[in-house]
Design a protein around this ligand. Structure first.
Ligand SMILES: Cc1cc2nc3c(=O)[nH]c(=O)nc-3n(C[C@H](O)[C@H](O)[C@H](O)COP(=O)(O)OP(=O)(O)OC[C@H]3O[C@@H](n4cnc5c(N)ncnc54)[C@H](O)[C@@H]3O)c2cc1C
Length: 415
C-alpha cells in the first residue's frame, strides 16, 4: 500500500485542465493537509452507456493528449476505459486507499438550478426568463505539480506499480490536425478531439475567422466545417468548457461590440443548458417514450423499416444522404438532425426512442440529455410548446430542401 495523504480525482469524461473545478478542489485539499499526492482516474461515470465508434476515437484523442500532459507534470493518470469509477477504485485498492475521492462534472454555465422538478420550466422561453445574472467566469488551469504547491513527488517505483495496475493510455490517433486522415474526407468535423484542438477551434471560430460573425445566417447550412462552430464534439468529450466559450463570446463583444452572431450562439448554449437541467429535473420521464408530457405517441415497431433507415436505405433520398453522412462521420448539422428525426416519427412512424438510441450510438457529440431532449421535442412529447396537447411539428422536407440546400450540394456530396 502506498502511504501519505492521497486524493483521487475521477475525471469521468472531462478530459481537460482548463476550467476544471474538481482539480482546484483537490489542490485545496492537498494544501490543507500540508502535502499529499494526486492521482487522476479515467473511468466511466456510473450508469453511462458505452460509446459508439466515432465518439470513441474522439475520446481517444482527448484522453491520450491529456495523459501526455499530466505525465509530463509528474501526475499519474490511470486509465480504465471500460470500467465504471467504483470498479476502477476497487482495482486500485491493493495500492491506493484514497483519503478523498473527488468527481469531475460535465461543464455547465450555471452551478445550480434553483427549481424543483414540479417547478422546472417545461419550455425554453420560460427557462430563459428565469435566468438571473451571467455565468461564473471559467477557472484557469490549476498548478498540479511541484512541492511548492504542496504535492509530494511520486517515486519512480510507485509510479511503476500504479501503471502496472491500470491499462495503457490510449495513443492519440496518428495523422495531421485536419484532413483526410481524420476519417472521411467529406467530414464536417475534420478535427482532433484533444484540449489543444478544442481551444484552437474556439479561437479560430470566434476571433480569427468570420464564423461567429456569420453564425446567424450560416447556422442552418448542411455542408462544411465553417457554417457552425463545431464545439459540440469538444463539449461532449469534455475537452472544452462551456464557460470558456461564453467567456470568449463576452471578450468578442467587448472588442467588436454586440452582434447577432454572438446573441444566437449564446441562445444555442442556453438550449444546451436547458436540456441538461431538464434531464436532471425530470429523471426517468425525460428519457421515457411518453416523455415529460406523459403521452404515448403513435408509432409502429417495424424492425425491418428501422434497419433500412439505419443503413441509409429508407428510400427518401435526402434522408438517406443524411444517414450516410451520420454513419460515415458521426457528425450531422442541426438542420440535418431535425429533418431525420421529423421524418422518422412522422413519415416512417417509428418509435422515437429507437431513433434517439441509434443517434446516441452513432453521433460523435452524443450527449444523452441533448439528444433525448431534441428527439422528444420533435416527437411531440418533449418541450416544444406547439406540441402540448397536440401533435409533433412536421417538417415539410421539400420546402426545407429548397430553402436550405437549393443546389442539392449535400445530396451530391453524400450520394
Ligand atoms: C435529433 C437531434 C439530436 C441531437 N443530438 C445532440 C447530441 O447528442 N449532442 C449535442 O451536442 N447536440 C445534439 N443536438 C443539437 C445540435 O444539433 C448540435 O449541438 C449541433 O448541431 C452541434 O454542432 P455545432 O457545435 O456546430 O453547433 P452550433 O450551431 O455551433 O451551436 C453551438 C453549441 O450550442 C449547443 N446547441 C446548438 N443547438 C442545440 C440544440 N438544438 N440543443 C441543445 N444544444 C444545442 C451545442 O452545445 C453546440 O455545440 C441534436 C439535435 C437534434 C435535432
Amino acid at each position: 500500500m502506498l502511504s501519505g495523504f492521497t486524493v483521487v480525482v475521477a475525471l469521468e469524461g472531462q478530459w481537460r485542465l482548463h476550467d476544471q473545478p474538481v482539480l482546484h478542489q483537490a489542490m485545496d485539499l492537498v494544501r490543507r493537509h500540508q502535502g499529499g499526492r494526486l492521482v487522476l482516474l479515467a473511468a466511466r461515470a456510473e450508469g453511462q452507456r458505452l460509446k459508439g465508434p466515432h465518439r470513441r476515437k474522439l475520446d481517444q484523442d482527448a484522453l491520450g493528449a491529456l495523459h501526455a500532459r499530466t505525465e509530463a507534470l509528474g501526475i499519474p493518470l490511470l486509465c480504465f476505459p471500460e470500467l465504471p469509477t467504483a470498479a476502477a477504485l476497487k482495482a486500485l485498492e491493493p495500492l491506493v486507499q484514497p483519503d478523498a475521492v473527488l468527481y469531475g462534472e460535465q461543464s455547465r454555465l450555471f452551478a445550480g438550478w434553483p427549481a424543483s422538478k414540479a417547478k422546472f420550466p417545461r419550455v425554453f422561453g420560460e427557462f430563459r426568463r428565469h435566468i438571473q445574472g451571467a455565468p461564473e467566469p471559467p477557472l484557469p488551469e490549476p498548478e498540479i505539480s511541484g512541492t511548492a504547491n504542496g504535492l509530494e513527488p511520486w517515486s519512480a517505483g510507485d509510479l511503476g506499480k500504479l501503471r502496472y495496475l491500470s491499462m495503457a493510455p490510449p495513443a492519440p490517433v496518428p495523422g495531421p490536425e485536419r484532413g483526410p486522415n481524420r476519417g472521411d474526407p467529406r467530414s464536417a468535423f475534420p478535427f482532433r478531439g484533444d484540449e489543444a484542438s478544442a481551444l484552437g477551434r474556439l479561437q479560430h471560430y470566434v476571433f480569427e475567422s468570420d464564423g461567429l460573425k456569420n453564425y446567424k445566417t450560416s447556422r442552418n447550412q448542411l455542408v462544411g466545417s465553417e457554417f457552425s462552430s463545431k464545439f459540440s464534439p469538444f463539449l461532449a468529450v469534455g475537452s472544452l468548457s462551456v464557460r470558456r466559450i461564453w467567456h470568449a463570446l463576452e471578450a468578442h463583444q467587448a472588442i467588436f461590440g454586440p452582434s447577432e452572431g454572438c446573441e444566437w450562439m449564446r441562445q444555442e448554449l442556453l438550449w444546451r443548458e436547458f436540456f441538461l437541467w431538464s434531464e436532471q429535473a425530470h429523471g426517468e420521464a425525460f428519457h421515457s417514450e411518453s416523455g415529460i408530457q406523459d403521452r404515448l405517441p403513435h408509432a409502429i415497431a417495424d424492425q425491418e423499416l428501422f434497419k433500412r433507415w439505419s443503413r441509409a436505405e429508407c428510400g427518401q433520398e435526402r434522408i438517406d444522404a443524411q444517414m450516410r453522412e451520420l454513419n460515415a462521420t458521426g457528425y450531422l448539422s442541426n438542420r440535418g438532425r431535425q429533418w431525420v428525426a421529423s421524418h422518422f416519427v412522422n413519415s416512417l412512424q417509428l418509435p422515437w426512442t429507437w431513433g434517439a438510441r441509434y443517434f446516441e450510438w452513432m453521433l460523435i457529440d452524443a450527449d444523452p440529455a441533448l439528444n433525448t431532449g431534441n428527439w422528444a421535442y420533435l416527437a411531440g412529447v418533449g418541450s416544444d410548446p406547439r406540441s402540448f396537447g397536440g401533435s409533433p411539428r412536421r417538417f415539410d422536407l421539400e420546402g426545407q430542401a429548397k430553402r436550405y440546400d437549393p443546389e442539392e450540394s449535400h445530396m451530391q456530396l453524400w450520394r
